[in-house]
Write a protein that binds this ligand. Structure first.
Ligand SMILES: Cc1cc2nc3c(=O)[nH]c(=O)nc-3n(C[C@H](O)[C@H](O)[C@H](O)COP(=O)(O)OP(=O)(O)OC[C@H]3O[C@@H](n4cnc5c(N)ncnc54)[C@H](O)[C@@H]3O)c2cc1C
Length: 435
């Protein structure tokens, strides 16, 4: 079965997002037609694929990216734009589950993805970036959780965070909802589709080839040289990298059940004007709270509030996104009660049961990366670099991740969605009561 076709429009157009409406470029790349050969073929033009491909092209490899729709069509072109350091699973969890060595290793790379993004943006002049992110706390239990996180990260030598008390949070967020928070001075936010488009252009400047509107419906990685097949052509390569993430569907069955698609939604208000925008987010930081099912928001370049939240296990799109998000947004910012919503969209990320993203090899010449569990902007950039190192001959960092055991979702294929919903009720209950 092909990738999750139901999500794709016939013309491959981007979702109805504010980002698609404000993209820096609208260049269309051609489809794959006929049988072609490349040294390396990357499936998926999201950050995982683009990051891997750009690193390799910079090293001089001959690389093609093959994308079922358009560049950044998946999560990468429609996400909350929050550049959050770290993987979704906390260092504490990684330490507890996989041991001190793995935790030390992960601590060494939690800020790498943000650095790669800033380097790319500076080197290739990609217009998309703003500075800092703030994590907000609703309760004293949340504050303690943030304090523990800060202490833990300091223990690993990461010094870029600072606690903010109840009295200080208003400097960053114009809302009475919070008990305080924590600022990460090395975080940030950006226009996600423009980052993907800029990276695609950079890849092409380095000699890379991109095929759009070329859905891979068969992957033969058992052959001596891997072959991917679309409706109109094939690519035969020495090395294949699978970066379809939540949208890869059942194309590579062995990867399908390692992760579960989960949708989350975002809406964009009408432009608020400078005064109101400054009252809501005086320092133009992005914000996410630290609940299990969290809200995340930030200002666009034209002063809209982009407000996201909620999850649907299994990756379906809710019928009325505004109805789903409006109540929460109005609670955080009652001033916005009568503000119009001009865009609303949904997208899928890939959840892994442990929330640790996965990367590895299916055999000597086929690699994959996926499962950033909703926090993949930085992780996908780091994984792209690690994949490129491995393909270039140094598998040290890849092997650490490849050796981390992945945990199957309870309930198997039939029941993993309902079981996860039940699990999320428990966490939703904790969220509601601030536990
Ligand atoms: C609404 C939303 C908000 C989010 N907010 C944040 C955030 O604020 N901060 C954060 O850190 N993370 C966030 N995330 C997660 C983050 O966006 C992802 O983890 C990250 O973009 C994953 O990148 P990727 O390249 O692995 O996958 P994707 O960006 O999904 O790219 C996969 C690509 O592969 C293509 N593809 C799939 N199958 C095939 C096939 N068979 N043939 C050809 N092409 C194929 C798809 O069309 C797609 O373009 C959010 C996710 C969503 C959905």
């Amino acid at each position: 079965m092909a990738a999750t076709q139901k999500h794709y429009a016939n013309d491959g157009s981007h979702t109805t997002s504010y980002y698609a409406a404000s993209a820096n470029t609208h260049v269309l790349r051609s489809e794959l037609v006929g049988d072609q050969t490349f040294d390396i073929c990357v499936v998926g033009a999201g950050y995982s694929g683009l990051s891997t491909a750009l690193h390799l092209a910079e090293k001089g490899y001959q690389v093609a990216i093959i994308e079922g729709a358009r560049i950044g069509w998946g999560a990468s072109g429609r996400n909350g734009g929050q550049i959050v350091n770290g993987l979704n699973a906390s260092l504490q969890t990684i330490d507890r589950r996989y041991g001190k060595d793995t935790a030390n290793f992960v601590a060494g790379l939690v800020t790498e993805g943000g650095d790669i993004i800033r380097e790319r943006v500076a080197k290739y002049d990609i217009k998309c970036l703003k500075k800092t992110n703030v994590f907000t706390a609703y309760t004293s239990a949340h504050m303690r959780e943030l304090e523990d996180r800060l202490e833990l990260w300091r223990g690993y030598g990461i010094e870029n965070q600072e606690m903010i008390g109840k009295e200080g949070i208003g400097k960053y967020v114009g809302s009475d909802a919070y008990a305080g928070g924590m600022i990460d001075h090395s975080g940030g936010h950006m226009h996600p589709l423009n980052l993907a488009l800029g990276e695609a252009e950079a890849f092409e400047k380095n000699g890379g080839t991109i095929f759009e509107m070329s859905m891979v419906h068969n992957v033969d990685y058992d052959a001596k040289k891997p072959v991917v097949t679309t409706e109109k052509g094939t690519i035969t390569c020495n090395t294949l990298v699978l970066c379809g993430n939540a949208y890869l569907g059942h194309v590579v069955p062995t990867l399908t059940h390692r992760v579960m698609p989960v949708s989350t939604q975002i809406m964009a208000t009408q432009p608020l004007g400078e005064d109101l925008a400054k009252r809501l987010l005086p320092t133009d930081t992005c914000v996410e709270d630290i609940r299990y099912i969290l809200d995340y928001y930030r200002l666009s370049a034209d002063n809209r509030l982009l407000f996201g939240g909620g999850t649907v296990y299994g990756g379906t799109d809710p019928k009325n996104i505004e109805a789903k998000l409006r109540r929460t947004m109005d609670k955080v910012f009652p001033e916005l009660r009568n503000t119009q919503i001009e865009y609303a969209w949904s997208g899928n990320f890939a959840l892994s049961f442990s929330r640790v993203p996965q990367m590895g090899r299916l055999n000597d010449n086929t690699y994959f990366a996926h499962g950033y569990s909703g926090h993949g902007v930085t992780g996908s950039h780091t994984f792209g670099r690690i994949l490129s190192e491995a393909i270039d001959g140094d598998r040290t960092r890849l092997d650490v991740f490849a050796d981390v055991p992945w945990v199957p979702f309870p309930g198997g294929r039939m029941f993993r969605v309902p079981y996860s919903v039940i699990g999320s009720w428990y966490y939703g209950f904790k969220d509601r009561f601030g536990l």
